[in-house]
Design a protein around this ligand. Structure first.
Ligand code: SF4
Length: 356
C-alpha cells in the first residue's frame, strides 16, 4: 500500500467544485433518482443516458410507480440503451423495496447492496451521496486515476488488484464529505485523467503523480487480457402475409435480450446462403407448418452488432407466406413491442413496415 497523501482529497474536491459538469442528478439527493442515474450510466455515456433519465423520472416519479409498471413498459422505455438486464433488475428491485421494505429505500451501503443489479460501486455511490456513508466508489475511472497517481502496476482486473484499489480508495475518502469526494473522483476520471491524452500539463496533481513524473502514462493502469469474443450468426425470418402481418416471438431463457421480442431466429455456425439455410434442422422445425411462397435475403452484408463478449452477424430473410400462421401481428402491434435495437432499426427502415 503506497503512502497516503493527506492532501489528495482536498485537492480533488477543490478541482471538482471548479470544474464539475452541471448534470441533472447532481442537484438531487433523492436515493431513487441517484440510483436510477447510476444504473443508466453503467455502460452508457452521459449524453446518451440523460434523456433516458428524464424519461424514467417522468414516467415513474417514484419507486412505487416503477414497481407497479408492467415489465414491457419498463423495457420499452429502456429501448436503445442496451444491457436490458439493468432495466429488469431496476424493476425487480423497485418491487422488492415496495414489498419487503415497506416502500422505504434502504439507507446503508450493505442494505443498498442487496438490491438486484446493484454492485459495490453503485451501493457506494448511493450510500455516500444520499446518506453520507464513507464508502469509496471504485470503477474503471478510479482504477486509472489511482494506478497512475500512485504508480501501482497491480492488474486492475485481478483479485489482488480489486482488493488493493478498493482499500486505497477507502483510505483516501474524506469522511466529512464522502458524497462530494466520490463524485469528484468519478468526475476527475471521466473528464480529466482520460484513458488517452490526459491533460497532465494542466493537472492539479502533476507535481506528485508518479505516472507523469516517471513517464509511465502508457503503462498504467495494467489490465489482464480480455476473454475471447464469441462470433454468432443470426438469421432472422421476417414473415409477411398478404394482410401485411408479421411475427415477433418473445425471447425466453437466460442470455442476451431476455423477454424482448424478435423475428423467428435461426442461428447458424457461420454465414449461410439460402440453400444451406433451408436445409438447416432448426429452420425446418421452425417453418414446417408455414406455407411459404418465397424466401429471399434482405441484406447481403451482415449487420454486425457488438456486445461486450459477442459479435452478432445478422442477416434478415424475407419470407412471403401464402396463408397466415398463428399469432401473426399487425405492423402497428409490432411497433409497440420492446425489441432489441437491432430489430428496432430494421422495423424502422424496412419499407413494407413503413410505406402505407
Ligand atoms: S498528471 Fe496526468 S496521469 Fe497524473 S493524475 Fe493528472 S492527468 Fe492523470
Amino acid at each position: 500500500m503506497p503512502k497516503i497523501n493527506s492532501q489528495f482529497s482536498k485537492t480533488l474536491i477543490t478541482w471538482y467544485l471548479h470544474s464539475k459538469r452541471n448534470l441533472p442528478w447532481r442537484s438531487v439527493s433523492n436515493p431513487y433518482f441517484i440510483w436510477l442515474s447510476e444504473i443508466i450510466l453503467q455502460q452508457t455515456r452521459v449524453a446518451q443516458g440523460t434523456p433516458y433519465y428524464f424519461k424514467f423520472i417522468s414516467a415513474f416519479p417514484n419507486v412505487k410507480d416503477l414497481a407497479e409498471a408492467d415489465e414491457e413498459t419498463v423495457l420499452k422505455l429502456w429501448q436503445g440503451l442496451g444491457y436490458y438486464s439493468r432495466a429488469r433488475n431496476l424493476h425487480a428491485a423497485a418491487k422488492y423495496i415496495m414489498t419487503d421494505l415497506n416502500g422505504v429505500f434502504p439507507t446503508t451501503f450493505s442494505e443498498i447492496l442487496k438490491l438486484k443489479g446493484v454492485g459495490d460501486y453503485t451501493a457506494s455511490a448511493i450510500a455516500s451521496i444520499c446518506f453520507n456513508e464513507p464508502t469509496a466508489v471504485v470503477d474503471g475511472n478510479v482504477y486509472r486515476v489511482l494506478s497512475r497517481y500512485y504508480g501501482i502496476a497491480t492488474p486492475i482486473n485481478s483479485t489482488p488488484g480489486i482488493k488493493e484499489f478498493k482499500l486505497l480508495a477507502q483510505k483516501l475518502i474524506d469522511a466529512s464529505q464522502p458524497g462530494t469526494h466520490n463524485q469528484a473522483m468519478m468526475e476527475f476520471g471521466a473528464m480529466h485523467c482520460l484513458p488517452k491524452n490526459p491533460d497532465c500539463i494542466n493537472c492539479v496533481f502533476n507535481a506528485t503523480c508518479v505516472a507523469y513524473q516517471k513517464d509511465k502514462l502508457g503503462e498504467l493502469p495494467v489490465k489482464l487480457k480480455k476473454t475471447k469474443v464469441k462470433h454468432r450468426y443470426f438469421n432472422f425470418l421476417v414473415v409477411l402475409s398478404s394482410e401485411r402481418k408479421t411475427l415477433l416471438n418473445q425471447r425466453k431463457g437466460k442470455g442476451i435480450w431476455q423477454n424482448l421480442y424478435e423475428f423467428p431466429l435461426v442461428e447458424t455456425k457461420g454465414q449461410v446462403g439460402e440453400a444451406e439455410l433451408v436445409l438447416n434442422e432448426d429452420f425446418k422445425n421452425l417453418t414446417n407448418k408455414w406455407e411459404m411462397e418465397s424466401i429471399s435475403l434482405y441484406n447481403e452484408e451482415a449487420v454486425v452488432h457488438k456486445l461486450s463478449h459477442q459479435h452478432l452477424y445478422t442477416r434478415f430473410w424475407i419470407v412471403i407466406l401464402n396463408s397466415e400462421i398463428e399469432q401473426m401481428q399487425t405492423i402497428s402491434e409490432i411497433k409497440e413491442k420492446a425489441v432489441p435495437v437491432l430489430i428496432g432499426n430494421f422495423i424502422d427502415k424496412f419499407p413494407p413496415f413503413n410505406d402505407f
